[in-house]
Design a protein around this ligand. Structure first.
Ligand code: GDP
Ligand code: MG
Length: 263
């Protein structure tokens, strides 16, 4: 009695032979042009269907998230970038969004609320589609806000989705019209120091609850934190002024340049 494996072998060989016969009959006979034409069309259609299924199953990353603590200027920046669109600038409890279109394409700009109790919920909704994140900082009240700003930035930089999709990140040092505003260089240095502290605190908190070495990784282990240690996540710093100074001129050219590169 033949084994199951051999039966399959025999059947497969038989089927292959059948196909080879059909191929020989059509590919070499008088209908060979028709055969090659049909084969090309069928292959093209199959290729198109597979490409369509792959591209639509992937998440399309065409969003820019404006985030940062409350009062840093996110809504003001959004309304200036989307010039002409009415956007409310009261303390936002929900997101504001709008399409930014150039001849190269369209990005969806969304300004999520900065209040601690709700910002994570909105960040989680939009983070999958983020091609870029603008992290807005109030350069005038920066020293007072430092701890809060660093805590939030830490959460963004260690988010598992962000680590996987590594969107471009821009720290926008806003309100530069104020005479006492900190420069982007000072903001970067102070954030690096504070993020170092947050990293230590979070690691200690985790290891005391787990009783083992924590898995919080930000930058290079054993080295003082620097933004250049973030691997695939590229963080840029720019200075801007969304509201305009005494002469009414706002300064958003560097944000626009960065956004335009992502379209
Ligand atoms: N002086 C100054 N004020 C600004 C600037 N950008 C925003 N503001 C003001 O800061 C306050 C908070 O701005 P808003 O956009 O609502 O902040 P959000 O909470 O981050 O959305 C408002 O009174 C704005 O007019 C800026 O560049 N310079
Ligand atoms: Mg707002």
């Amino acid at each position: 009695m033949p084994y199951g494996c051999c039966e399959i072998d025999i059947n497969l060989t038989f089927v292959m032979e059948q196909y080879i016969d059909i191929y020989k009959q059509y590919a070499t006979g008088e209908h060979r042009m028709t055969f090659f034409f049909v084969a090309t069309v069928v292959s093209a259609v199959l290729f198109y269907i597979i490409w369509w299924l792959i591209s639509f199953s992937r998440v399309r990353r065409t969003g820019i998230i404006l985030t940062g603590i409350s009062g840093s200027g996110k809504t003001t920046i959004l309304s200036k970038v989307l010039a002409g669109k009415e956007v409310e600038t009261v303390v936002s409890l929900k997101e504001n969004e709008g399409a930014y279109t150039t001849e190269k394409g369209t990005l969806n700009l969304v300004d999520i609320p900065g209040a601690e109790a709700i910002r994570q919920k909105y960040f989680d909704i939009y983070k999958d589609t983020a091609k870029g994140i603008i992290f807005v900082v109030d350069s005038e009240s920066f020293s007072r806000d430092l701890k809060d700003v660093a805590e939030y930035l830490f959460t963004v930089l260690t988010d598992s989705v962000i680590l996987k999709s590594h969107p471009a990140i821009l720290v926008a040092c806003n309100k530069q019209d104020h005479l006492t505003a900190k420069s982007k260089k000072v903001i970067q240095e102070q954030l690096e120091n504070e993020l170092n502290t947050v990293r230590k605190t979070r690691s200690a908190a985790l290891s005391s609850t787990n009783g083992e070495e924590s898995a919080v990784t930000l930058g290079v282990k054993g080295k003082n934190f620097e933004f250049s240690h973030l691997g695939k996540i590229k963080v840029d710093f720019i200075e801007c002024n969304a509201k305009g100074d005494s002469e009414g001129e706002s300064r958003l050219d560097e944000i626009m340049l960065w956004v335009n590169k992502l379209v």
